[in-house]
Design a protein around this ligand. Sequence first.
Ligand code: MSP
Length: 471
Amino acid sequence: MNKTYITTAIPYVNGAPHIGHAMDYCLADVYARYRRLSGDEVKFQAGVDEHGNKIFQKANDLGIPVEEYVADNAKKFMEFIEKLDASYTDFIRTTDVDHGRRCQEIWRRLSDHIYKAKYEGWYCSGCERFITQKEYDENNGICPDHQKPYEKLVEENYYLRISDFKDKIRAAIETDEMLILPDFRKKEILKLLEESPDVSISRSTEQLTWGVPVPGDDTQVMYVWIDALSNYITILGYPDEDINEWWPAAAQFVGKDILRFHAIIWPAMLIGLGLPLPKVLLSHGFILANGQKMSKSIGNVVDPIEVLEKHGLDAFRYYFLKHADTFADSDFTWEKFENAYNNELANDLGNLVQRLATLAKKNGIVLTETPEFHFDAKYIELMNAFEFSKTFEYVWGKVQDINKRIDEEKPWSLAKNGETEKLQECMQSLIFDLLNVNYMLSPFIPQTTERIFEIFENPIAPPEAPLFPKD
Ligand code: MSP
């Protein structure tokens, strides 16, 4: 059996989840379900990133012990993933003891590529990242993501010598050995790679204590990225266990803002450890609220639980997997969400199921064969290219086609004219078509599709309440 390992970015636990966080889980889940239905055994990692200054500060501001604060938020993320019905198999917290110990071993194994040096320059505490003079000048000294002035920092840190790995990383990206999606991001990364300096991978304990201690130097703790990125393999047991069974990952899902860490630091670490690179790095776009970046200061952060509760899980998944383009930024507004629910889910799919099941019951239709399901060639092509929103659109076209077929073939006239055999044939063919489309929809909206399969089991039983009730 083919083994497929799928990973998602681990969010910082300095707050509750927002709708943007759903993207990694929803996309990875579609892929996981698709691969399982294609016969693979799938391991699907999820987790939380619990170290770093921002989190420590936040807990302090709230007057809560940091361990308690991260445990509370980790729980919120886990509950959120469950609510999304993301079919993860493994969950990691970067404060797990095994993770910390394994990270230290990873550090030791990378030590030929690590050196200590003094840094004097700009820093953004929002990004937890050093800023080059060029970036500083381009942004006039203010971080565009956090709207905060860059800070001056003088500090002695450990560095990972990215220059040791640049040629290999470049070759892996250019040849698609590590495929970066979408293609325009690949070009951006190749440019960034050329300009990339060595990266700082530790902080002085005077600045930060909430992190994994650097082995052999108690004045420094690991800075978030080495700790965070290692999660993808420590969760598999590396380096205590052989991870060849699962590694390299088939696909790693991240948002566009953190692709650079996954496409530069992460492969550098893997090459340094003598491990293969992930096959695919997929960078998805951002969810905006009313066309604007969501931020607490603007006060436009959309609460995912509210969206989930409005029309249920599959309305949520429908919107974020179909209306949100997989690779570009997309907008969430309540109006667009309501329109998608009423005009598409309820009218196209909900009505189709109701219509066919009611007609079948009324005319005593019984399925005389067991339907067999398959993904068609176009679907497979799109899915294998990770074009999830396009695949969803493609299948939705098929939902609409069945609605048209019913209008054209008018099974009710066959019933009226007493053409029983023709009616049975027509209805069974329509239902089989719907069920195969339902099968192709199942990675996207798993709960609804399960319900639809039940409805069309003999004896066919139309739902008592509409699948997607309108207000
Ligand atoms: N802790 C790091 C990731 C470490 S991975 C080894 C981090 N955390 S985060 O909480 O800021 O982001 C978690 C994920 O959510 C990232 O993939 C990020 O791109 C994604 N998103 C955060 N805001 C988002 C939107 N508004 N829209 C879509 N995705 C967004 O970065």
